[in-house]
Design a protein around this ligand. Structure first.
Ligand SMILES: C[S@@+](CC[C@H](N)C(=O)[O-])C[C@H]1O[C@@H](n2cnc3c(N)ncnc32)[C@H](O)[C@@H]1O
Length: 470
């Protein structure tokens, strides 16, 4: 190991490799890797009003992140991971350079988008926000790892993103869903050199053989990703690593192997162009983007957007009969007694065991696939009775609920601890509770109290207040 600075000790083989690629500039990178990491958060639910920030959060935000309309830098030690607003899914703590990836996906109205390597969900949740803001579409988030897929589901539910969650290998998805997507995001497993500053484990795990090993896996995943694209569809490829083997070289290989063309990405402030000389001298590589921590405030990402030729002849999907979305009887009546203007995927749901899910897999065959959630869990259905699922409280804006009440921070904390609340307005039935306009969960109105329906597994006694006493 070479001692490069007093904070982290960079692997000697990493330093040699980067010196070979970058020459004297490598010193600037190593110097930047010796300084503290950047930290960011992204407002998640600015669907109707981009740029909206809850007032209580304002004192905790630093500058806006120039490439991400919903992103802000925050202080390294800002205690923002355990607040009512965080629990309510009002923001997602996300490394600043990672925010550019969903922007590169550029979701359009009505598109069907697949995030192939999605856990823990940073990019999925941003793509979901942008797709919803564009007018809605279909989003499917896949994660191969059986434990990580649960963290993905929790984050998707916390921020109220509308997505199906799948736990599959890319090749099985390609087999079943060939030529089905307008856009596929591959945020690939990589050697993680852009994580060095914020995660000492990333430094410990890095080995001289990591870039080559990762490159092989990335090619495998990308072969399936290309197969999943409709003709004319977009492939977005990203990593959080610096070495060209997993970046420019992968994109050069994609251009050589498939009828794909690079779509140049915007010139985000501080970002650099990919380097053609690192990828078989393909001049188009200037259309890819890199964030270097010695040139911009972020930890480091590479991203490329490629478009599949319109006349690409895809292997067609074996359609084994798409399951028709069938909900229980009286569903529509119950749903309209809870919310106004439910999205179409809620009106034609899927019933799976005792849960009614919005159908985010409409039009796709699902037989034989490991589906964790076909969409948002909207309600439970037991003994012929519906009850709202907690996830519904996050999935729609507060104004959509027919019975909704706003809590102050103290009452919100009481609710998130799992305690009953007083009921001064004598509310009855299922009541949607909000804080700063963000859905927290449901309660059930009784004569003198609001009974707490916040799921036991989510209850938390250790939340930090954000509001300052006057
Ligand atoms: C960089 S992480 C994804 C981060 C995520 N996109 C986010 O923004 O939160 C890469 C993911 O790929 C998954 N992965 C690992 N090997 C894979 C493989 N062979 N095929 C597909 N995904 C894989 C990992 O479990 C990991 O969750």
């Amino acid at each position: 190991m070479a001692k490069s600075d007093k904070r982290i000790v960079l692997p000697a083989a990493f330093c040699e490799l980067m010196q070979q690629w970058m020459g004297a500039e490598a010193g600037l990178l190593f110097h930047a890797l010796a300084s503290p990491p950047t930290r960011g958060l992204r407002i998640t639910k600015s669907k109707a009003t981009p740029g909206y920030v809850p007032n209580v959060l304002l004192p905790h935000l630093n500058a806006a992140i120039p490439w991400a309309p919903d992103g802000y830098y925050i202080h390294l030690n800002a205690p923002l991971g355990k607040t009512v607003l965080h629990e309510a899914g009002a923001y997602y703590l996300q490394e600043p350079s990672a925010m550019a990836i969903a922007i590169a996906v550029a979701p359009q109205t009505g598109e069907r988008i697949l995030d192939l390597c999605a856990a823990p969900g940073g990019k999925t949740t941003y793509v979901a926000s942008l797709l919803s803001r564009a007018g809605g579409g279909q989003l499917i988030a896949n994660e191969i790892h059986p434990t990580r897929v649960r963290a993905l589901a929790e984050n998707v539910e916390r921020v109220g993103a509308n997505a199906a969650i799948v736990n599959e290998t890319p090749d099985r998805l390609a087999e079943t869903w060939s030529a089905s997507f307008d856009a596929v995001l591959v945020d690939a497993p990589c050697s993680g050199e852009g994580m060095f500053r914020k995660d000492p484990e990333a430094v410990r795990e890095w080995q001289a053989a990591s870039p080559e090993r990762c490159q092989i896996r990335q090619r495998d995943i990308l072969k399936s990703a290309v197969q999943l694209l409709k003709p004319g569809g977009r492939l977005i490829y990203s990593t959080c690593t610096f070495n060209p083997m997993e970046n420019e070289q992968i994109v050069a290989w994609l251009l050589d192997s498939f009828p794909l063309a690079i779509e140049p990405l915007p010139e985000w402030p501080g970002w650099s162009c990919g380097r053609p000389e690192w990828g078989s001298d393909r001049p188009e590589l200037v259309g890819t983007r890199r964030l270097w921590p010695h040139l911009a405030h972020g930890e480091g990402h590479f991203v490329a957007r490629l478009r599949l030729a319109e006349d690409a002849s895809p292997r067609t999907t074996r359609v084994r009969g798409t399951r028709s979305a069938k909900g229980p009887r009286d569903w529509s009546t119950w749903l309209h007694s809870m919310v106004t203007d439910p999205p179409p995927s809620f009106v034609q749901p899927r019933l799976h065991k005792d849960i009614v899910f919005s159908d985010e897999l409409a039009g796709l065959p699902t037989d034989g696939l490991r589906i964790l959630r076909p969409g948002c869990p909207v309600a439970t259905w037991k003994n012929g009775q519906f009850a709202p699922h907690h996830a519904l409280s996050r999935a729609l804006p507060a104004h959509a609920f027919l019975s909704s009440t706003e809590l102050d921070e103290e009452r919100a904390m009481t609710y998130l601890r799992g305690e009953a609340l007083d009921n001064p307005s004598n509310l009855r039935g299922f009541v949607h509770l909000t804080y700063a306009g963000y859905g927290l969960g449901f309660a059930k109105g009784a004569p003198s109290r609001l009974n707490n329906l916040y799921p036991k597994g989510l209850r938390s006694a250790y939340l930090e207040p954000l509001e300052r006493p006057d």
